[in-house]
Design a binder for this molecule. Structure first.
Ligand SMILES: Nc1ncnc2c1ncn2[C@@H]1O[C@H](COP(=O)(O)OP(=O)(O)OP(=O)(O)O)[C@@H](O)[C@H]1O
Ligand SMILES: [Mg+2]
Length: 243
C-alpha cells in the first residue's frame, strides 16, 4: 500500500518557487494498476518520484507499506528503493551494452549471478531472441519491453511507469500495455502508470488520479463507458472520460 498524507512539494524558494504538488491525499492498494493523468507540469512525475524517494515531500508524509521512508537511515532507504522499479518514456537503456547486459546490469551491481535471471525476464517480455543486439537496433516498443525486463530483474513489488508509451505508435503502445498487464497478473506487482494518453489509462487502470496544477482534481474508478461531451478543461474532460 502506498499512501500520501497531505503531501506538498515545492521546488526552490521565495518568489521563484514552484509548488509541484499541493495537499495530496491518496491511497494506492496492493496489486492495483493505478493511473495518474494531467497536463504537462501538473505534478505527475513528481508524484512518482516521491514514491521511490527520489524526492522528499516539503510537507506531509509518503508511506510505503506503512513506513515513512524519509524517517529511515540512508542505507535502508536504498534497500527499499530496490523494491520499486521504474520505466521511462525514453527507455534509458545503455547504448553500448547488449540487451542482455542492460537487463543484467542491476543484478550484477548487486553481485548476484544475474545473467540467467536476466534471460528469464527477457523471455517474459518476449525479447530473449534479441539478447545479443544493441538497443539502437530495436523498435521503440522493443526497447520499452527490454526496459521493463530490466526493471523486473530486482523483482520489485511496485513498478512506476512514467509515460511508458508516449514515445510509441499505437501498435507498440498496445504491445507494451499488454506486457504491463501480464506483469501485474503474474508477479502481482502494484503498478502506478503516468500518462497523458487517456485511452491508455482507460484501457488498463482500475482507478486514476487526475492532477491539475499540483492538486488532486479527481480520483476516479475507471469503469463506465466514455461520455460524449468533449468540452471543458483538461481536468474536467479527463474526469468525465475516465469515470
Ligand atoms: N527538480 C525540479 N526543480 C524545479 N522545478 C521542478 C523540478 N521538478 C519539477 N519541477 C516543476 O514542478 C512542476 C511539476 O513538474 P512535473 O515534472 O512533476 O510535471 P509533469 O506532470 O510530470 O509534467 P510532464 O507531463 O511535462 O512530464 C513543474 O512546474 C516543474 O517545472
Ligand atoms: Mg513528467
Amino acid at each position: 500500500m502506498i499512501e500520501f498524507r497531505d503531501v506538498s512539494k515545492t521546488f526552490g524558494q521565495g518568489r521563484s518557487s514552484v509548488t509541484a504538488l499541493d495537499g495530496i491525499d491518496l491511497r494506492i492498494a496492493e496489486h492495483e494498476m493505478f493511473g495518474v493523468v494531467g497536463e504537462s507540469g501538473s505534478g505527475k512525475s513528481t508524484l512518482l518520484r516521491l514514491i521511490n524517494h527520489l524526492e522528499t515531500p516539503t510537507t506531509g508524509t509518503v508511506l510505503v507499506d506503512g513506513e515513512e521512508q524519509a524517517a529511515l537511515p540512508a542505507r535502508e532507504r536504498r534497500r527499499r528503493r530496490q523494491d520499486i522499479g521504474m520505466v521511462f518514456q525514453q527507455f534509458n537503456l545503455l547504448a553500448n551494452s547488449t540487451v542482455l547486459d542492460n537487463v543484467a546490469m542491476p543484478l550484477r551491481l548487486r553481485g548476484r549471478r544475474g545473467r540467467e535471471q536476466a534471460l528469464q525476464m527477457l523471455e517474459f517480455v518476449n525479447m530473449a531472441h534479441h539478447r545479443h543486439q544493441h538497443p539502437s537496433r530495436l523498435s521503440g516498443g522493443e526497447k520499452q519491453r527490454v526496459a521493463i525486463a530490466r526493471a523486473l530483474t530486482a523483482r520489485p513489488r511496485i513498478l512506476l511507469a512514467d509515460e511508458p508509451t508516449s514515445a510509441l505508435d499505437s501498435g507498440h503502445t498496445e504491445e507494451v500495455m499488454a506486457v504491463l498487464q501480464e506483469v501485474r497478473t503474474i508477479f502481482r506487482t502494484t503498478i502506478v502508470l503516468v500518462s497523458h494518453e487517456l485511452e491508455v489509462i482507460k484501457s488498463s487502470c482500475d482507478r486514476a488520479a487526475v492532477l491539475e496544477r499540483g492538486r488532486l482534481a479527481a480520483l476516479t474508478d475507471v469503469t463506465a463507458p466514455p461520455p460524449r461531451r468533449r468540452s471543458g478543461s483538461y481536468a474536467v474532460r479527463a474526469r468525465e472520460y475516465l469515470a
